[in-house]
Design a protein around this ligand. Structure first.
Ligand SMILES: Cc1cc2nc3c(=O)[nH]c(=O)nc-3n(C[C@H](O)[C@H](O)[C@H](O)COP(=O)(O)O)c2cc1C
Length: 151
């Protein structure tokens, strides 16, 4: 699986005592109508109980936000203040993109739970993406040309 390169997200939500988040790369889009996305949450993670029944936000990290990925994976990291004030659902400050979701369904995934969220709001900015492959963080440069010409 470490040969499968992914982006990196921090999934944020309201915890018992304020905003909380967890680094996740098991994120994928699922459906356009209705708009659904998927995350896979370890049953043993503290965030597991919270993510079954409440809104959450998938924050897609920019290349310079590796310290946030480490912080929300439980590793010590020095970071500047990182929450967006007054957000309806807690979200990070200035992610590359954010996708706000309400709970849609959750499904048995062995020692993980597959959580589907229905997209309620989203936005993005310009910039390079943080990546994860070979168990290492890296960066993907913002593309100047896509594959639009193929369609
Ligand atoms: C790059 C990366 C990707 C991760 N992806 C996931 C994931 O998709 N699902 C998950 O449950 N944990 C994932 N983790 C582990 C969680 O971030 C980690 O267990 C975190 O400490 C959970 O926090 P909590 O137990 O406080 O909720 C990932 C960690 C890293 C570094």
């Amino acid at each position: 699986m470490s040969r499968f390169a992914t982006g990196v997200t921090v999934v944020t939500f309201d915890g018992y005592d304020g905003p909380r988040g967890a680094t996740m790369n098991s994120f994928t889009s699922v459906s356009a109508e209705p708009p659904l996305v998927l995350i896979s949450v370890a049953r043993r993670a503290h965030c597991h109980e919270h993510l079954l029944d409440r809104p959450f936000c998938v924050n897609i990290l920019g290349a310079e936000q590796e310290p946030l990925a480490r912080l929300f994976a439980g590793a010590p990291a020095t970071v500047v203040p990182y929450w967006t004030p007054h957000a309806r659902v807690p979200r990070l400050a200035n992610p590359l993109a954010w996708i706000e979701c309400e709970p849609w369904g959750s499904y048995d995934g062995g020692d993980h739970t597959l959580v589907l969220g229905r997209v309620t709001d989203l936005d993005h900015r310009e910039g390079d993406a943080l990546t994860y492959a070979w168990s290492r963080f890296g960066a993907a440069t913002e593309a100047t040309e896509g594959i639009e010409h193929l369609f």
